[in-house]
Design a protein around this ligand. Structure first.
Ligand code: FES
Length: 209
């Protein structure tokens, strides 16, 4: 049995439903931080509850109502929510950070970078020194055929040796957070910015008719 901490940002939470559920079925405990920018971004709250032992709902715009007694809510970003939870500012801490074996995070590159930095600084005194930290790295929906178009390429830096390496994220989505170069990821994701904006405008247009 392991203690797992899931950290999901926005639509990244959709990926964590099944991860949390599988962990619970494996008799693990799941401490789930679900973060959103806007209240309107929150979706499928019940599925998140079914995928967790405890949820901390964090939203920058306002407070998300928690329906279970053990769950907490916080107004602000997800890293501050984790700190506040651990310091007991949100009430009792049923699962403390010092029992966490594995952290799995998925969300924007900025959110995952912030989590990675926090785990090595402000959260370090609370976490086990040998915890495992995984980031689910975004892939553009290009070929998704593993090593063909290379638009999902992710740079890694070995923090111990300084060695540089590259990974095809479409064939290896879950990557060691310690090694991921999040600034590289940010630059790579900008490649799709134009198409994403056009798609959003098109969806907005067709939904009006
Ligand atoms: S998306 Fe084309 S190689 Fe990964």
């Amino acid at each position: 049995m392991k203690n797992i901490m899931l950290i999901g940002g926005g639509v990244g939470n959709a990926v964590l439903f099944s991860v949390g559920k599988a962990c619970l079925e494996n008799n693990s405990k799941v401490l789930y931080f679900a973060g959103y920018k806007k209240l309107n971004d929150v979706f499928k709250q019940t599925l998140i509850e079914h995928a967790s032992s405890v949820v901390v709902w964090a939203c920058e715009e306002g407070l998300i109502e928690a329906s279970r007694n053990q769950d907490k809510f916080f107004r602000g970003n997800i890293v501050d929510a984790i700190i506040s939870y651990q310091k007991g500012r949100l009430g009792d801490t049923a699962i403390s950070l010092d029992v966490i074996d594995k952290i799995i995070t998925i969300g924007s590159d900025k959110m995952m970078k912030a989590v990675n930095e926090a785990r090595k600084t402000v959260l370090r005194p609370y976490l086990k020194s040998d915890h495992v930290a995984i980031s689910s790295i975004n892939s553009p929906m290009q070929c998704m055929m593993k090593e063909i178009c290379a638009q999902c390429m992710q740079r890694h830096i070995n923090t111990k040796t300084g060695e540089e390496s590259f990974v095809y994220s479409c064939s290896n989505q879950d990557q060691d957070m310690e090694f991921v170069d999040f600034d590289f990821l940010n630059e790579r994701l900008k490649q799709n910015s134009l198409q994403e904006k056009l798609t959003a405008k098109w969806i907005d247009h067709v939904q009006r008719y």
